[in-house]
Design a protein around this ligand. Structure first.
Ligand code: ZN
Length: 283
């Protein structure tokens, strides 16, 4: 079985696996290692016929702080991991390398997880920020605890939302604009009201609630579950979701190029938290 540095792969009960993001010292921010650890764990769960439902969560207290702007101190390069796409050329200068890198680890990877054939449940407590939203949105069902808070603040970094642009699909167009324009924190209750969150439960009950739901799903035949998930995702794709996300990814890259020209880095430095100023290659 593979070893993971940054996640825990925990088979809770026959048919159900919980994948736990485990970088609590970084509020579970997603670095390269965790991106590829998650991908490996998702593949393992997808390829194991004994697994029918995948729960994704974060080690307490937060689900995800998004992409780790501090990077990993340059210890590992993209080429140190098993690349999933064919674009490559990550170390090229300018837009070339950045496009390749962001496409691999943000756009293509998130789509890959969104298209996992088995039902996935995001169990969200605490903060879920920017790239963390991409993770939750890639899942089929979102269960949030009452203390969960959601935010995409990248407009203050000079960028038009995170790379996997699901906001209008998750929130509706008007609320998506407000969410992005203001960069404010929204509650689990608001996420529920808008249809982004399936259920809001007390924090002390979220483990049991999510497992009970997962068990109900796991009782169903696997092929029918796979086909049902595909039917819904295929409907969204027919509505243009995939093409819309791809096209907005181009705007996102234009924002990075603009910031690079103006500030010498791909994001507006005014939006970088003080603690995150060591590595500013991407967001
Ligand atoms: Zn970006």
């Amino acid at each position: 079985m593979p070893e993971y540095e940054t996640i825990i792969y925990d088979v809770l009960t026959p048919g159900i696996v919980k994948i736990i993001q485990n970088r609590p010292f970084a509020r579970n921010a997603l670095d390269l290692q965790m991106t590829y650890d998650l991908n490996s764990a998702f593949d393992r769960a997808a390829q194991d016929d004994e697994i029918k439902v995948i729960i994704l969560t974060g080690s307490d207290p937060h689900f995800s702080a998004g992409h780790d702007l501090r990077g990993d101190g340059g210890k590992k390069l993209q080429e140190d991991f098993s690349v999933v796409g064919t674009w490559t050329g990550f170390e090229n200068d300018g837009a070339h390398g950045r496009f390749a890198r962001e496409r691999e680890i943000y756009l293509d990877m998130t789509r890959r997880w969104r298209d996992l054939p088995k039902p996935t449940i995001a169990q969200v407590s605490g903060k879920c920020i920017a790239g963390g939203l991409m993770l939750a949105w890639a899942c089929d069902i979102i269960i949030a605890s009452e203390d969960a808070m959601f935010q995409d603040p990248v407009v203050v970094m000079g960028v038009c939302g995170v790379e996997f642009f699901m906001h209008p699909w998750e929130l509706g167009p008007r609320k998506a604009k407000e969410f992005l324009f203001t960069a404010e924190w929204w509650t689990a209750a608001e996420g529920y009201r808008l249809g982004m969150v399936n259920h809001v439960v007390p924090r002390e009950e979220i483990e049991d609630f999510t497992l009970t739901l997962a068990k109900k799903i796991a009782e169903k035949p696997l092929f029918a579950l796979k086909m049902t998930k595909k039917a819904v995702n295929q409907t969204l794709d027919t509505m243009g979701q995939q093409i819309a996300i791809d096209s907005v990814f181009g705007l996102h890259q234009l924002c990075h190029s603009h910031n690079e020209k103006i500030y010498g880095i791909p994001i507006d430095p005014a939006g970088i938290p003080q603690t995150d100023k060591k590595d500013k290659r991407s967001n």
